[in-house]
Design a protein around this ligand. Sequence first.
Ligand code: SF4
Length: 329
Amino acid sequence: MPRYDEILHGYSEERPLTREEAVVLLQTPDEQLGELIKKAGELRRKYKGNKVSVQLLTNVRSGNCSQDCTYCAQSCRSEADIEKYRSIPDEKLYADNSAVNEKHLARHCIGLSGISFTDGEIAELADRIQKMKKSGTHICCSIGFLTEKQARMLRDAGLDRINHNLNTSRRFYPNICSTHTCEQRIENLRMLKRIGFEICCGGIIGMGESEEDVADMLLDIREISPQSVPINFLLPIKGTLLAEKNPPRLTTEYCIKVLCLARLMLPKADIRCAAGREVYFAGREKTLFGIVDSIFAAGYLTAGGQSIDDTLQLIASLGYEAAVDSTGE
Ligand code: SF4
C-alpha cells in the first residue's frame, strides 16, 4: 500500500480514491498534515472560490422520537434536558426564515424529529414551506423516511433539498441504532434523488467508529453524489446514551483529516463542518475555511453555536465571502 504522501502526489479527480487509500490518508501523521490540507485547499478553491455558505437551522419538531439513535438528544431513550414540542410556532419559524433573507444567508434548514409522518403532517409542513418559498429562500428539510407520495407533496410545495445523513458505515450502524438500518436510509435517499431533490447527506464522527468505517461511509456518500456533505463532530449531550457510554476522543487534527478526505472524495460538493465547529476548530478557523465551504450559524438542533453576526464577521475577517443561495425576494 502506498504511503499517504505517495497517494497525494498520485491523486487525480479522474481516479477516485480507493477504500485503502482513504484509510491511509486518515492515518496521516499529525505533524505532516500540510500536504493533505494543501491538496484539499486546491480543490476547495477550484470549485468554491472564496465562498462560504452559511445555513440557519430551525428545529421544527423537537424530541419524542421513537428511534434509539444513541447520539441523539431527541431519541425516546435519551434523558437529555431538551425542549420538546410537536410543532414550532409559526412566528418563530417565519422569523428565522426572514433572518436568512435579511442576513443574506445561503439556506434555511428545517429539521423534524421522528422517523415517519402522516400525510396530514406532511401537508401541514408543505403549507409552511410554500409560504416561506414566497420570499425566495433556498430551503432544505431534514426529515425521517418519507413515502414517495409525501416526498412529492414537499417537492410540489417548492422544497429544494432534503437532508438525510448516513451517519456512519453500514457495518457500524447497529452500534448506534437498532430501530432502523443504514440500508433503509440509503434506499430513502435513492427515492428522493430519483424524484428530483437536491440531496444533503453526511455523517457523524466520534461515536467509536474506526477509520475504515469513516472511509466506508464516505464511499457510500460518494455513490449517492449529494450536493452537500455535512460532517458533524460529536458533541456529547448529557443524557444521551452515547455521551454516557462512550465520550468521544476527537482531536482537531483528526477532524481536519476527515474533512480533507471528504473534500478529496467529493471535490465538487459543498463540504460542511456542521456540529462541533465551535469546539474542535476554535482558533483554527483559517485552516478550516481552507478546506470546507459551508457551515451553520446560530447553533444546531439541540446545541447552541456561534451567532449569525459573529459567524459572518469571522468569514469576512478571514478574507472569505458569504455565498447567497436564497434570493430574499
Ligand atoms: S437522529 Fe433522527 S431518527 Fe434518530 S433519534 Fe434523533 S430524531 Fe430520531
